[in-house]
Ligand binder design. Structure first.
Ligand SMILES: [Zn+2]
Length: 434
């Protein structure tokens, strides 16, 4: 976590430094927000006050940091958990060969600081202090977590959302020649979880993560696919891994489970294994540039309030020619992240807890990774199943083969589910079917 920052009222401003920005903010134009009055205030706010958090300093993050710093934002924080790998250098242009192995966030902030005058680096932040958050992530779980975090900061009074508690989230994503940029006003417009069905299973991870610090089940599968298969050649010399051969996938699945167990990672399934093995899409620098430009433009529009923001989802595709399309993603009435209403879980009293667990991970609208299920019985909290702590997993595992009836659960019972996809506990209501 690093900061790219300029002193307020910095002396590093030379004459005409922000002329290109002033043209948008200090004179009127046909595309202006209808309520906007041109003035010098917007630029002052951007230069001195507006605080932006950029999540991810990879392909999209490098582009975003550069774009935002050159657009007049000087209070830019950046977070990234990864270290720089040599394979990043072709597109993550804030990094050089000498930086390989160093944390991305540190190096990215240093580079921006040295090229855009007037900056320093702190080590602590609260989400609340930011005006806008931009995500340039390659992980859907991390995106969902961030989405959940911003939703948890919303303040409702008598069921009415306090607009001052909304922190806009600009989210960019790319995959090969395809990408999307979207604007999320948490609690007001469609959130990440409202549109979960749109996300394909994830592929493409940095090599250093795969080899030395796996965090996700996908990292373990990639490790087996890229490193273990060529070394062990389980089906004879020169037999390439075939994503359509069930025996091959079964082998990768078993080895991935072993790797995952080593790092206490849960969530490796046969289906996920096949998804990861079959879809390998390289990162494309030009797609990152286009999506980051769209995201930085949205940050500029929201921070200056001079233009209407994107409403609210833009898709981009340059596989064959160039195609973009914008649509308004709609809020899902019963979204488990943003609807404020506990979702119903329809199960028969004779269903086993395992079936509930499977539903939570396999339902396209939930896609949880390793849900922990608790409930309240006779005024006491009861953990029905929890995977992340080995001793509790062992103790609660027998519950999976019990029926909901046997567990003493009643119709209308509330189940609280915790998962890595959200910082908040998600409430569900059990509805018995006959
Ligand atoms: Zn939602």
């Amino acid at each position: 976590m690093m900061l790219v920052d300029g002193d307020a009222g910095s002396t590093s401003d030379w004459d005409d430094r922000w002329n290109h920005i002033k043209k948008f903010l200090e004179r009127s134009g046909p595309f202006m927000h209808p309520d906007f009055e041109p003035s010098t205030e917007s630029l002052q706010f951007m230069l001195e006050t507006c605080k932006i958090l950029v999540i991810g300093a990879g392909g999209l993050g490098c582009e975003l940091l550069k774009n935002l710093a050159l657009s007049g934002f000087r209070n830019i924080h950046v977070v990234d958990m990864d270290n720089i790998d040599v394979s990043n250098l072709n597109r993550q242009f804030l990094f050089r060969a000498k930086d390989v192995g160093r944390p991305k966030a540190d190096v990215a902030a240093d580079f921006i600081n040295s090229r855009v005058p007037g900056c320093f680096c702190p080590s602590f932040y609260l989400y609340l202090e930011f005006h806008i958050i931009v995500c340039g992530l390659d992980s859907i779980v991390a995106r969902r977590w961030m989405n959940g975090m911003l939703l948890s900061l919303l303040v409702y009074e008598d069921g009415v959302l306090d607009p001052s508690s909304i922190i806009p989230l600009i989210d960019g994503g790319t995959e090969g020649f395809k990408g999307n940029a979207r604007v999320i006003l948490p609690g007001m417009t469609a959130c990440i979880d409202c549109t979960l069905e749109l996300y394909p299973p994830q592929i493409n991870f940095p090599m250093c993560t795969i080899a030395s610090m796996p965090r996700l089940p996908e990292h373990c599968i990639e490790y087996v696919r890229i490193l273990q298969w060529p070394k062990e050649m389980p089906f004879g010399d020169d037999m390439a891994l075939d994503g359509d051969d069930p025996e091959h996938i079964q082998w990768v699945y078993q080895k991935s489970l072993e790797r995952a167990a080593e790092f206490s990672i849960t969530g490796v399934t046969y289906r996920l294994t096949q998804g990861v093995v079959k879809r390998i899409i390289p990162a494309v620098a030009s797609t990152n540039a286009a999506i980051a430009a769209a995201c930085a433009t949205e940050v500029f529009k929201i921070a200056s309030s001079a233009y209407l923001p994107l409403n609210n989802y833009m898709v981009f595709n340059d596989v064959d020619g160039l195609y973009t399309y914008t649509f308004e993603a709609e809020r899902k009435e019963n979204c488990s992240a943003c609807s404020q209403v506990p979702s119903d879980l329809h199960f028969s009293p004779s269903s086993k807890l395992q079936e509930v667990l499977d539903y939570l991970t396999e339902s396209t609208s939930l896609q949880m990774k390793s849900p922990a299920i608790t409930t309240t019985m006779d005024g006491k909290n009861k953990t029905l199943y929890l995977q992340s702590v080995a001793s509790i997993e062992q103790r609660t595992r027998p519950n999976l083969t019990k029926t909901l009836n046997e567990l003493g659960l009643a119709d209308g019972q509330e189940l609280a589910v915790a998962d890595v996809t959200t910082p908040q506990t998600v409430l569900f209501k059990l509805c018995f079917t006959s």
